[in-house]
Write a protein that binds this ligand. Structure first.
Ligand SMILES: [Zn+2]
Length: 313
């Protein structure tokens, strides 16, 4: 038989169980807050202990930072003075450049004065040109680099390096493609202009001296029309009257050196053709320089107002 609970009794039971539930919650609450409080206290103590340890480190970091700031200021000052130094060097270089045509003139008037112009075609080469620049720097020599536009686009930083070292940057066409540049005189001048745009893009200056791919004789019947266009655009061109012969591969450095000496042939004014694109030429270069210096040649870079060696006039 089902036991019936009277509604009043049910109410009393309900009330007393709610009372005990509230008591239990209160007790649990007090216990929890005590435990949490103790944990938090420990945590704070631990953290402040850690902070205490960190303080000397923070001090050190602060000191290091101040020192770094001071170093930075010193570095900025040094950079500024190096900019001043570079500016001064550029001024001296400009003065030197302005003197070259006069030196050239004097040299021509005096047959005892020997002058040599080292010219490097078909670069810049990512592998070789920086090494050529190093050799020239070691010997304190300025030369002329006839760069090819499509190579300039690949190595603009090397063109900048050539410029910074004070060498003359000259134009040896954009494509160096005989079929293209000698298809007609306009194609030739367009190719030269394209190369000059690449040069300007790389180092901020335009070249005034050009060298025909293969030399001016390669232009054959188109030469007079090309020359006319070059004059209109304010270009001057130069060929060579001595060569190391590295247009053909297979020579050793010693052979290229010997070729050069043979082709100079005692001439007092030599524009020497070389290419900054091979190990053999790089090997020959210091010997060629020594030969020229021992034989009292003045080694100069080309400047636009000089008397140029021209095969075809
Ligand atoms: Zn060439």
């Amino acid at each position: 038989m089902e036991r019936k609970i009277r509604p009043d009794t049910a109410k009393i039971i309900g009330k007393s169980s709610r009372f005990w539930m509230i008591c239990a919650i209160l007790i649990i609450g007090i216990l929890c807050s005590t435990v949490l409080g103790a944990w938090a206290h420990g945590k704070i103590q631990k953290t402040s202990g850690q902070l205490g340890k960190l303080n000397p480190q923070l001090e050190q970091i602060k000191t290091d930072y101040q020192m770094a700031q001071q170093n930075l200021e010193e570095l900025e000052n040094a950079v500024n003075s190096s900019q001043e130094y570079q500016q001064k060097m550029q001024e001296i270089q400009q003065q030197f450049y302005q003197l070259i045509p006069q030196i050239d003139q004097k040299a021509q008037e005096n047959p005892n004065v020997k002058v040599a112009y080292l010219t490097f075609d078909d670069g810049p080469s990512g592998t070789y040109t920086p090494q050529f620049l190093e050799v020239l720097k070691e010997h304190h020599i300025l030369a002329t680099f006839f760069v090819v536009g499509n190579q300039v686009e690949q190595h603009p930083e090397i063109v900048q390096q050539i410029q910074q070292q004070g060498h003359t940057i000259a134009n040896h066409s954009y494509s160096h493609d005989f079929n293209k540049v000698y298809s007609n005189p306009t194609a030739f001048i367009n190719d030269i202009e394209q190369a000059n745009n690449a040069i300007e893009q790389a180092c901020g200056q335009r070249a005034k001296i050009i060298r025909f791919p293969g030399g001016s004789a390669t232009a054959k019947g188109q030469f007079p029309a090309i020359k006319e266009l070059l004059n209109q655009k304010g270009y001057t061109y130069v060929d060579w009257n001595a060569s190391c012969g590295d247009g053909r591969s297979g020579y050793t450095g010693d052979q290229l050196y010997q070729n050069t000496v043979n082709s100079i042939h005692g001439n007092n004014r030599v524009t020497i053709l070389m290419h900054d694109r091979s190990q053999a030429t790089l090997d020959a270069l210091p010997k060629i320089i020594s030969y020229l210096e021992e034989n009292q040649y003045l080694i100069l870079p080309l400047t636009p107002d000089q008397q140029m060696v021209q095969q075809k006039k």
